[in-house]
Design a protein. Structure first.
Length: 200
């Protein structure tokens, strides 16, 4: 069975733009249909798209990620997912920001494995540490806002710049439907609604 190449892109909120990551993956020649975009809150334990991807991956396939924190938010989660992919499923994991820990290293002696393991664990630690700092700053911001009497809650949904830009590019035939759906990570019906809103 022929090996396939995939990419996992993860952003935490709708405000974060995944276009930069998509461009990097496209430059590597990864088919658009094999680029999985996950838009989940960092708090969320539900990772439907990621788990579907993992289930699809087979021995010899290659998975590209920008950095190890795309696999999880906490130390244990990152290490567990890394081991599941590389050791249990036999998937080649390639990390764009840290190619020295790619699992397809030609030189794979004991010292090399040792150094890769250290780097992986350090990055997993940094990922959880950064996430803890982010949560702490968010909690502080909420506390300050409440103390100052500001009303909290989700505002009425507005169309983001990336949504408007992508819809315009599609309507002017600069990009095709599949590319638009990948960029926005939405279903066809939702995208058509966006285009209809833009036309009106």
């Amino acid at each position: 069975m022929t090996a396939s190449t995939y990419a996992l892109i993860r952003v935490s909120t709708d405000k974060q733009n995944e276009t930069r990551q998509i461009i990097r993956m496209n430059e590597l020649g990864i088919p658009t249909k094999n680029i999985v975009i996950e838009k989940e809150s960092g708090k969320s334990k539900v990772r439907t798209k990621y788990h579907k991807l993992v289930k699809k991956l087979k021995t010899g396939d290659t998975l590209y990620i920008e950095n190890v924190d795309r696999l999880g938010r906490d130390y244990d989660g990152i290490i567990n997912e890394w081991n599941k992919l590389s050791l249990q499923k036999g998937v080649i994991v390639k990390v764009l920001d840290t190619p020295m820990i790619d699992t397809d290293q030609e030189e794979n002696g004991l010292m090399n494995k040792f150094m890769q393991n250290i780097i992986l664990h350090v990055q997993a630690f940094q990922a959880e540490s950064e996430w803890e700092k982010t949560k702490y700053r968010q909690a502080q911001g909420i506390a300050v806002a409440k103390a100052s009497g500001k009303k909290l809650g989700r505002p009425k949904k507005m169309r983001s710049d990336i949504e408007i830009q992508t819809a315009k590019q599609y309507l002017s035939r600069e990009i095709d439907l599949n590319t638009a759906l990948v960029i926005l990570g939405i279903k066809k019906t939702a995208f058509y609604d966006l285009c209809k809103t833009l036309k009106n």
